[in-house]
Ligand binder design. Sequence first.
Ligand SMILES: NC(=O)c1ccc[n+]([C@@H]2O[C@H](COP(=O)([O-])OP(=O)(O)OC[C@H]3O[C@@H](n4cnc5c(N)ncnc54)[C@H](OP(=O)(O)O)[C@@H]3O)[C@@H](O)[C@H]2O)c1
Length: 231
Amino acid sequence: MQQVILNNCDKAMPAIGMETVLSSRPGADPLETMKSALLEAIKAGYRHFDTAFIYQSEKPLGESIVEALHLGLIKSRDELLYYEKNLHLELQLEYVDMYLIHHPLRVSETIQKLPVPKEIIHALDIKGVWEGMEECKNLGLTKGIGVSNFSCKKLEELLSVAKIPPAVNQVEMNPIWQQKELREFCNAKGIHITAYSPLGAYNTIWGDNRVMECDVLTQIAKSKGKTTAQG
Ligand SMILES: NC(=O)c1ccc[n+]([C@@H]2O[C@H](COP(=O)([O-])OP(=O)(O)OC[C@H]3O[C@@H](n4cnc5c(N)ncnc54)[C@H](OP(=O)(O)O)[C@@H]3O)[C@@H](O)[C@H]2O)c1
């Protein structure tokens, strides 16, 4: 798989990764469903995984590493690349590979539901938090540090105080929302963009169906004998 070299992380990043959010669907056991999906992904060659405290996927991710080692799917934890946002309480790892600020904002209470109520959202102390991120890297708790959901303006603010520039900015990006200005900015500053919600967060509360229902994309996919998601 294609690898990406990052500005503050020694470990190259596989360009395609798997994001994880624990499903709340009725019926299946969400922990077991996620663990088996993760093991299938490792078998299929995925080596880059992304989690966050709020996704409730740290525990199954940690357990999937133990299981993958036990089954001989990987020889060591170092073969996998783990991205983490917020706290990593249950990952069972001595370090993560990339630690991200999830959003350029601070919440005054634990998030219980989405959308996040406006009254608990506050401005982020970018300088103070980034100093903490730099300390995490210097202590070896993470190999690299980065951000998520940062605009050009927020990145400029961060770059003006950072001793270590962010390696990545993880943002929503897909054919309908191509982030041209942000891509050009990040390219010029050596910050790698990773894209989430490639299908436009189809059928979710934060996204919409414009990617999956886009006529042009459907026609392109059909002409190649693929579904819109595959295309
Ligand atoms: N950094 C951030 O702030 C942030 C924010 C949002 C999301 N994320 C990450 O991005 C990841 C992906 O986000 P997302 O779920 O919004 O992304 P998405 O991939 O754009 O949308 C997922 C939706 O697409 C559907 N889908 C997936 N594969 C499909 C296929 N082959 N055919 C038809 N439909 C398909 C799924 O349907 P089914 O549910 O029916 O399978 C699901 O509803 C999340 O897991 C999360 O970790 C990060």
